[in-house]
Design a protein around this ligand. Structure first.
Ligand SMILES: Cc1cc2nc3c(=O)[nH]c(=O)nc-3n(C[C@H](O)[C@H](O)[C@H](O)COP(=O)(O)O)c2cc1C
Length: 196
């Protein structure tokens, strides 16, 4: 049986560049599993990046984007599977990750919205969101309706035609202990191997 060799971009969306953030360990485990299974992997990390805030609709429609964002776009276009790893901050993506997404998707990159709906430009790609959080995953799903996740899967990736956007909700990240973390890392390795 021949295996499809995927091109996977793993983006760490954690504003804190400290290597001990669990998001980085999850991203590395995914990358390791993917590389071991023969997939091509590129990694990017917004932690050390200098990401300017987008401040007007005119800027969103223009396309004079910073160099780092241009590189990120090239990686997104190269990939057929996108993995976004981020912590839940105040119910959603951290502001720096949101700023990076706004920069990437300006100038009609990814999708364009017009009077007849939207035109997706990244169709044919799949995605996985990996989000860590202090609260238990079940609370996030049931009480919060996963809205911080949907803001990205629907507000960005669905418009861009990226589907399915699967999700791993890593709840209770401060409470699960070393055993719980090891199990998540193993799960990430397997997802990476399956390019899922
Ligand atoms: C500014 C800030 C806001 C946070 N907001 C939430 C939140 O709304 N819900 C939640 O469950 N956890 C929240 N947390 C906890 C983080 O989600 C948790 O620290 C993170 O997922 C741990 O992963 P890391 O080691 O990669 O940082 C918040 C943490 C910070 C620093």
């Amino acid at each position: 049986m021949t295996m499809t060799r995927h091109r996977i971009l793993i983006l760490v969306g954690h504003p804190d560049p400290a290597p001990e953030r669990f998001c980085r360990a999850l991203a590395e485990a995914y990358a390791k599993g993917a590389a071991e299974a023969g997939h091509e992997v590129r990694s990017a990390d917004i932690g050390p990046m200098d990401v300017p805030l987008l401040e007007s609709q005119a800027a969103f429609q223009a396309d004079d984007i910073p160099r780092l964002i241009r590189d990120l776009r090239a990686d997104i276009l190269w990939a057929d599977h996108l993995v976004l790893v981020f912590p839940l901050w105040l119910g959603g993506v951290p502001a720096k990750l949101k700023a990076a997404l706004e920069q990437v998707f300006r100038g009609g990159f990814g999708f364009e919205v017009g009077p007849r709906g939207w035109n997706s430009k990244l169709s044919g790609r799949t995605a996985r969101m990996v989000l860590t959080m202090g609260m238990p995953g079940a609370i996030f799903r049931i009480v919060f309706g996963s809205h911080g996740l949907k803001a990205v899967t629907q507000g960005v990736f669905m418009l861009a035609g990226v589907k399915p956007a699967r999700a791993s909700i890593v709840g209770g990240v401060e409470a699960i202990g070393a055993g719980g973390r090891t199990r998540w890392l193993e799960r990430m390795r397997k997802l990476g191997a399956a390019a899922s």
